[in-house]
Write a protein that binds this ligand. Structure first.
Ligand code: SF4
Ligand code: SF4
Length: 454
């Protein structure tokens, strides 16, 4: 049979194990049209995210250096790690749910690796070097002026695009304003960042321009474990062997090889479900165009389950498990967000004398505390510290402290109380930290232990 590979060999390697470069042919069809719309929208989305604002905050900022994260307009700090972990967990479970229902749809339809390559890099390649056959011919031909010029121009454009993608990627971690600021200054003023961006530009150009499907096949961790999330009821790109075989001789497949020629990972879907398949649907359109020509029904290659769509069980134990996990994580996130306070408070006893006694009728006792406040809000808040017990007073009242957006401040304070307040040398009480943001007042209580003479 044509295009038949030995079963134990990867489609992108030859008999000596060397890489065989894939030149996928362009195919038009209903799936490619839909995919093209989705991919273009996603490229715009990926590039735009760091520049978008919600509540005057970046929609997504992962400032690892300052341990400050902004997700969907909400500000998170290193101490909010459970919240950030929950958000990423929800994203991961969401992908697992999609995979169990729709197979590797994420890879072929949403993964930045696929959409950037398809929307930008392959189009540049086609524009400069011509279609798949011309590209193959150019690579196989002698190194002449034409080849050098075309390759140089293509790689110049690849590096240019990769530079833009790298800056956009950098903006996810340092913020778009910071990226613009960096661009205004000479590289010598930000030498480390400059080198990092060019290093990343080189990696992006290498990966999207040359490494391509090898990343999906060899390196992508999701590609490795996605098969465990799928079962025979997952919808995958599927060759109908019952209808297609034996090829040419009785079956509907005429062994034209078109499905292989359009495949970006170079595989033959007729060999059955394969790890390398990224569900890009190019082979569906290719085969449908052949079926139309030879007047056979479309769908020899189609989105289907192993058992067939009619017998498909969408709601099965696996789906319920993912939905349950997704719901539990979402509820936990909603709970944590709704109980989250504007001010993060850390209250500790100071490391000096445990207490001091003062002169006075009621034998006053003094305790010393340290307070760290961090404003989690995007605006300036005013903070007051109150005692919830009239017998416990602040030596110096803490009133109308102004904390600016994201500001963190340390304070020390003393509380005074009569010795009779203590039982066996100690007593529990609560302090109220009141934060005011315009008309909105938020109170949080912190438990402290007061100590004195036994
Ligand atoms: S087998 Fe079909 S769906 Fe899978 S990667 Fe190749 S062309 Fe895309
Ligand atoms: S495109 Fe269809 S007919 Fe042609 S080889 Fe592939 S499965 Fe067979």
């Amino acid at each position: 049979m044509r295009n038949e590979l030995p079963p134990d060999r990867l489609s992108t390697t030859n008999e000596t194990g060397k890489r065989v470069f894939v030149y996928p042919q362009t195919i038009r069809g209903k799936w490619q049209k839909r995919r093209s719309w989705v991919s273009v929208a996603l490229v715009i989305f990926f590039l735009a995210i760091p520049w978008l604002r919600l509540n005057h905050r970046p929609v997504l900022l992962l400032d690892v250096i300052h341990r400050k994260f902004s997700i969907l307009g909400l500000q998170f700090w290193a101490t909010d790690v459970p919240l950030v972990v929950l958000i990423f967990l929800i994203f991961g479970i969401g992908i697992a749910l999609i995979t169990s229902v729709l197979g590797r749809a994420w890879c072929g339809w949403s993964c930045p690796q696929t959409v950037y390559i398809d929307v930008i890099y392959r189009r540049i390649e086609k524009w400069v070097e011509g279609d798949a056959i011309e590209q193959k011919r150019l690579d196989a031909g002698p190194i002449g002026l034409d080849r050098v010029l075309k390759k140089s121009f293509k790689w110049f454009l690849f590096v240019l695009v990769s530079w833009v993608i790298s800056h956009s990627f950098l903006a996810y971690f340092i913020g778009s304003d910071q990226v613009l600021e960096l661009l205004k200054h000479s590289p010598s003023e930000n030498w480390g960042t400059f080198q990092a961006v060019w290093g990343f530009t080189a990696i992006v150009a290498f990966d999207f321009g040359w490494f391509r499907e090898q990343f999906c096949i060899i390196m992508c961790p999701y590609g490795r474990f996605q098969s465990v999330m799928m079962d025979r009821d997952s919808v995958i790109v599927h060759y109908d062997a019952k209808r297609g075989e034996p090829r040419r001789d009785g079956g509907d497949c005429i062994d034209c090889g078109k499905c292989v020629n359009v495949c970006p990972t170079g595989i033959d879907i007729r060999r059955g479900v394969q790890l390398e398949c990224i569900a890009c649907t190019a082979c569906i359109d290719a085969c449908d165009s052949v079926m139309t020509k030879i007047k056979k029904p479309e769908g020899l290659i189609r989105f289907d389950t192993e058992g067939g769509m009619k017998n498909r069980k969408i709601l099965r134990a696996r789906t319920f498990a993912y939905v349950a996990l997704l719901s539990a994580s979402s509820l936990a996130l909603i709970f944590l967000l709704s109980t989250r306070k504007n001010i993060e408070v850390t209250l500790l006893r100071a490391h000096d004398d445990p207490y001091r006694m003062l002169e006075g009728e009621d034998q006053p006792v003094i305790n010393h505390f340290k307070l760290k406040l961090r404003n989690r809000h995007f605006a300036t808040v005013q903070v007051n510290l109150n005692s919830t017990d009239a017998r416990v007073n602040f030596v110096t009242p803490i009133r109308d402290l102004s904390l600016e957006e994201s500001e963190e401040r340390d304070f020390e304070f003393f509380v005074r109380f009569p010795k009779t307040f203590l039982k066996e040398g100690r007593a529990e009480t609560r302090l109220e930290i009141q934060s005011r943001l315009g008309e909105q007042i938020e109170n949080q209580n912190e438990e402290i232990t007061l100590i004195g003479p036994f």
